[in-house]
Design a protein around this ligand. Structure first.
Ligand code: ZN
Length: 165
């Protein structure tokens, strides 16, 4: 079914990956020093994945599994910034531009605040928008549940898309 051409559309995204040994921790395209990294077929950048899903959701274009299946060897260890680049193209092709993104990473450790600026920069560059259009927040899970025990990291994102044509 084609997307109905509303002027403003909202999208939501969520993702979670397990933390494992012998993996690099990549969040928002930034490699962060940590004893564990996120496990996944790509670089497992949970923040980029949540943002990609929120953008696809805004234009009702399905989810990232549809475009970047984790069974495709082409996407093995791929930088998720490239997935964001392709997602931006899908949004554009649907006749929309990205108005803004707001996101939240939930990680018990390490401390993410020193890296937020670089993550914003990377994501904005990949999407072809300004850093001021990309909000990234970080919190812990207060020790609760699997995220709180440091078994994984999850991320939520909202995106707003504006019609261009
Ligand atoms: Zn993911």
């Amino acid at each position: 079914m084609p997307v109905k051409k509303e002027n403003i559309r909202i999208g939501f995204g969520y993702d979670i990956h397990r933390l494992a040994k012998n993996r690099r921790l990549i969040l928002g395209g930034v490699q962060i020093p940590h004893q564990f990294g996120l496990l996944g077929h790509s670089d497992a950048d949970v923040l980029c994945h949540a943002i990609a899903d929120s953008l696809l959701g805004a234009v009702a274009a399905g989810d990232i599994g549809r475009y970047f299946p984790n069974t495709d060897p082409k996407f093995k260890d791929i930088s998720s910034l490239l997935l964001l680049k392709k997602t931006a193209l899908i949004v554009k092709t649907a006749g929309y531009r990205i108005a803004n993104i707001d996101s939240m990473v939930i990680a018990e450790s390490p401390k993410l605040s020193p890296h937020i600026g670089d993550m914003q920069k990377n994501i904005a560059l990949a999407l072809g928008i300004k850093k001021s259009q990309v909000s990234i927040k970080a919190t812990t899970n207060e020790g609760l549940g699997d995220i709180g025990r440091g078994k994984g990291i999850c991320a939520f994102a909202n995106a707003l898309a504006e019609r261009t044509k």
